[in-house]
Design a protein around this ligand. Structure first.
Ligand code: 5GP
Length: 189
């Protein structure tokens, strides 16, 4: 199937709306972390990479960054429900203030798995920042310290979020037309 061009998708959240929200989140996080010397910003690859890259440029200079990768999706538009580490952080987080940066919290299964796994390493604190939250699909409740946008139950792409590996480099976020979602859900079954 040929991949539709970016222009085939109407913005659901425009580049300006996203950038304004990222600046707002960055200011709130920077104010909250002003008394901390040891902040590790943890990017959950791959989806959060664009958000994290923009967000950290609103944070103070003493933060460090690290990356991990989890898998819960195997293509398609719905979570498989199982989560595992594809690769892990490169440093211990004991006594550090950890800020997890995620693209979207959908069922909450991925973040609840990650929070539990990182808590076991005894960080000083751990907070979660997600650009998007789909509360209607929540299966596990996760404490979200910072949320960019609360969105309805639609499959979204762009600004780091992919559709089968594509569209991460779209500057805005689009919601897939419902027919496309149904089609992909069938492919996924
Ligand atoms: P959860 O475990 O909360 O159900 O799912 C989290 C992961 O599912 C996200 O990190 C993201 O990779 C993927 N995901 C959930 N909803 C969407 C969506 O609407 N669009 C895209 N591209 N990925 C999604």
């Amino acid at each position: 199937m040929p991949v539709p061009p970016f222009s085939a998708f109407e913005p659901f959240l425009s580049e300006d709306e996203i950038q304004a929200k990222v600046a707002e989140l960055g200011a709130a996080i920077a104010a909250d972390m002003s008394d901390s010397e040891n902040v590790v910003v943890v990017c959950v690859l791959k989806g959060a990479v664009v958000f994290m890259a923009d967000l950290i440029r609103h944070l103070p200079q003493n933060v460090t960054c690290d990356f991990l990768r989890l898998s819960s999706y195997h293509g398609g538009t719905r979570s498989s429900g199982t989560v595992r580490f594809d690769f892990d952080l490169t440093q211990p987080i004991e006594d550090k203030d950890v800020l997890i940066v995620e693209d979207i919290v959908d069922t909450g299964l991925t973040m609840s798995f990650l929070l539990e796994a990182l808590q076991a390493r005894h960080p000083r604190s751990i907070k979660l920042c997600t650009l998007l939250h789909k509360p209607s699909r929540q299966v596990k409740e996760v404490p979200l310290a910072y949320v960019g946008f609360t969105i309805p139950d639609r499959f979204v792409i762009g600004y780091g979020l992919d559709l089968e590996g594509k569209y991460r480099n779209m500057r805005y976020i689009a919601a897939l037309p419902e027919q496309t979602e149904e089609l992909l859900a069938k492919v996924d079954e």
